[in-house]
Ligand binder design. Structure first.
Ligand code: COA
Length: 439
């Protein structure tokens, strides 16, 4: 068969793949669990023969030697659309830098700034027609593949075959490296008492027939467990999560009332447990589509009753959300928070929800101790990055209730946000709000 011959012709070893990298190259790798683990684990081995190679990545699941260890700085620099603990550590030592972005624009804008010489991603096995699947992500990968000089895919039999913009023909790939590592899993905590309270408030806001998006983080995932009594929910989300599998299996997600791609669960990447990877494998009900389209607020807004549910690290009394930094220290990324929050409010009868615990138990800098602070603050911490502007914030939910901020004045926002703050901080917040002349 022609496609099998073509596949065999394109097979190379990881060493041969690494050999294709030249000084000055710009390599872009696939997102999160779709990252090419074999290639990245060995990238540091070519350090002696290359200089000034830029690697652009997003939410890497492993701390690869080329950025986590010292000594490779002259060969590689890492630039990322979303940070993880490993990237935070590399950043501290000057080996990583952040690329500010709204996720739906990440690939497009990056290519406008810098050509991509090499794209490296992962794929599930080829079918008899010569099609492979990019499996766990089509967030920016399709655009990069179209723009790259060289496309290398690690083909892994353990990776689920997904449908949508993940489908790619062998003729579009330059080289294949066969690998066999397990799909990285992303831990999911069990909902605690606070999650259940927050989940119940959110459940009151989610009407039957809504289409939902659940963001990254502990709370959005926990919320799914409180939506079990809903009917005919649909999915249009950036990240496909374990909670969505549970909702589908319980018959809550049917997609029947969806106005955009009815019946289909739409996502741009998937990250979770083995259960999730088994669920999306060969499942035509799940469409992994290009993030440029899925996360475009105007596309999201075509869904009737769209509800976005995300979380944040800190919110000020006027509604500005810092969801990606702790002070000036980059923690994660904007990702699709603004994309999805804005899109949900464009949607007819849509709602955007920011759900957070009222307090956090945070490390005291320079010590082993922790202290409880309010996540609702009079003003954001110095240097904090505003991920969601106060103009785009809608509902805010804590374990103490719901603040509906749409259309409100600053004075009313202060009152509403103090009412859902932890009782121990309410007086202080009011005093500070008065001092700042907000109320
Ligand atoms: N000040 C200082 N530290 C804080 C804090 C605050 N106000 N709030 C939380 N923290 C600390 C926590 O103590 C915790 O530290 P630890 O690991 O030392 O315990 C850390 O920050 C993470 O907090 P947590 O609440 O566990 O985070 P999470 O895993 O639920 O993720 C976000 C929350 C906001 C970081 C994550 O959702 C995110 O990156 N969002 C932006 C992207 C997005 O929303 N995309 C949507 C589409 S997928």
């Amino acid at each position: 068969m022609k496609v099998i011959e073509e596949y065999k012709r394109k097979l190379i070893t990881v060493e041969e793949a690494l050999d294709k990298v030249k000084s000055g190259d710009h390599i872009i790798t696939a997102l999160a669990a779709a990252e090419p683990r074999e290639f990245l684990s060995n990238l540091h081995t070519i350090a002696p023969k290359v200089r000034d190679v830029t690697v652009t990545c997003c939410l890497p699941m492993v701390n690869y030697p080329f950025f986590s260890e010292r000594g490779y700085e002259e060969s590689f620099s890492l630039e990322s659309w979303f940070y993880t603990p490993g990237l935070r550590a590399a950043h501290k030592e000057g080996r990583a830098t952040f690329i500010p972005n709204h996720l739906h624009f990440a690939g497009t804008k990056r290519l406008q700034y810098k050509k991509c010489n090499v794209f490296v991603g992962t794929a599930s096995k080829m079918d008899k027609h010569g099609f492979l699947s990019l499996s766990l992500s089509a967030t920016y990968e399709r655009e990069i593949i179209e723009g790259a000089d060289l496309v290398i895919l690690e083909v892994n039999p353990n990776y689920p075959r997904t449908f949508g913009d993940t489908t790619i023909h062998i003729s579009q790939i330059d080289h294949i490296v066969e690998v066999n590592y397990p799909v990285p899993e992303f831990p999911n905590g069990q909902p605690d008492e606070k999650d259940i309270k927050i989940g119940k408030y959110i459940a009151d806001l989610v009407e039957d027939g809504s289409t939902i998006q659940l963001g990254i983080g502990g709370i959005p995932n926990a919320v799914a467990s409180q939506l079990m009594d809903k009917k005919d929910l649909g999915i249009h989300t950036e990240m496909f999560t374990d909670g969505m599998v549970d909702l589908f299996q319980a018959g809550v997600i049917t997609g029947r009332k969806k106005t955009l791609l009815p019946d289909k669960m739409v996502a741009t990447f998937a990250l979770g447990s083995k259960k999730l990877y088994q669920f999306i494998d060969d499942n035509p009900g799940v469409q992994i589509l290009n993030g440029k389209w899925v996360n475009d607020p105007y596309i999201i807004g075509k869904n009737y009753k769209m509800v976005s549910i995300n979380t944040t690290l800190e919110i000020d009394l006027t509604g500005q959300c810092c969801s990606e930094s702790i002070g000036h220290t980059q923690f994660s990324g904007t990702g699709g928070q603004a994309d999805t929050a804005i899109g949900a409010q464009i949607s007819p009868m849509g709602k955007s929800i920011i759900a957070l615990y009222s307090t956090a138990n945070v490390r005291v800098p320079g010590s082993e101790e922790r202290k409880t602070i309010s996540k609702i603050v009079p003003r954001l911490t110095h240097g904090a990055v505003v991920s969601l502007s106060r103009n785009d914030v809608d509902f805010v939910v804590t374990e103490y209730g719901v603040a509906a901020l749409r259309g409100t004045s600053v004075r009313d926002r202060v009152k509403k946000l103090i009412a859902i703050a932890h009782p121990d901080f309410r007086d202080e917040l009011l005093e500070e709000g008065k001092k700042l002349n907000l109320i």
